[in-house]
Design a protein around this ligand. Structure first.
Ligand code: DGL
Length: 269
């Protein structure tokens, strides 16, 4: 393994770009490989075995392209498969953890809302996280079916997206939540709508920046950080239609992107 090998990152779709952005900010010298598994999104309502199977296929693909570390930029895939990936592959696997700990430091009302997919909230790793850290507050867990689809459709602030966000958020606010944890990497794109509905007194937290720091820390600990004098590159793949997905990935990444089709062997689950 050498330090000039890339970092692989995957998500069920475009949500992991919120994490990729933070990794780019934290580690400008690193080459980054990103897979949007949009052909299989959303993961959140799929059986555990199906999510595990996709996580294995995508991790294999990234390692075959030389990834020196793999970032599971998806809370749902983290809950379903992070342990399996760590047991199976020799490279560092960095995964998501909802921002429960920072939320505990911020809440004044002692009521914290968590927005995530059904699968994430039902996962043993999330239950363990709350068991380990959650004693100091009341957590209101809100599954949000349909929200990932709104983001994948590129509708970040349209009427139906706002209505769906309001449906999920308002009951949490009514019960006194003053801090909202975004437990899905697609949701940071909805932060403006959430703040608009909740008002400035409510804190909205995601864990993209913390994961990026974790990537730096893990690579530094094994001596695999890229030479800081180089300029990192990005490569993007999708298991959906690259022509249809190109506009959204370009828009969310904030710069020109060549979106490649994930090869067939990797597109079959
Ligand atoms: N970005 C994924 C997550 O963090 C979305 C899951 C899904 O596809 O439902 O959970």
């Amino acid at each position: 393994m050498t330090s000039d090998q890339p970092i692989g990152v995957f998500d069920s779709g475009v949500g992991g770009l919120t994490v990729l952005k933070e990794i780019r900010r934290e580690l400008p010298a690193e080459d980054l490989l990103y897979i949007a598994d949009s052909g299989y999104a959303p993961y959140g309502d799929k059986p555990l075995e199906a999510i595990e199977a996709r996580a294995l296929v995508l991790t294999e693909f990234l390692i075959a392209r030389g990834a020196k570390a793999v970032v599971v930029a998806c809370n749902t895939a983290t809950g379903a498969a992070a342990r399996l990936l760590r047991a199976r592959y020799p490279v560092p696997i960095i995964a998501m953890e909802p921002a429960v700990k920072p939320a505990l430091g911020l809440t004044r009302s002692g009521v914290i809302g968590v927005l995530a997919t059904r699968a994430t909230l039902a996962s043993p790793s999330f239950s363990l996280l709350l068991e380990r850290l959650g004693a100091g507050a009341r957590f209101l867990l809100q599954p949000c079916p349909g929200l990932v689809e709104r983001v994948e459709a590129g509708d970040l602030d349209g009427e139906s997206t706002r209505a769906l966000v309001a449906d999920y958020l308002n009951p949490l606010l009514a019960r006194g939540a003053d801090t909202v944890v975004l437990g899905c990497t697609h949701y940071p794109y909805l932060t403006p709508v959430i703040l608009d509905l909740a008002g400035p007194a409510v804190a909205v937290l995601d864990s993209g920046a913390a994961v990026a720091r974790q990537v730096r820390h893990r690579l530094a600990s094994v001596g695999l950080l890229a030479d800081p004098g180089r300029t990192g590159t990005e490569r993007f793949w999708t298991s959906g239609c690259p022509v249809a997905g190109h506009g959204l990935v370009t828009r969310l990444w904030g710069g020109p992107v060549a979106l490649e089709s994930l090869p067939d062997g990797s597109s079959v689950g």
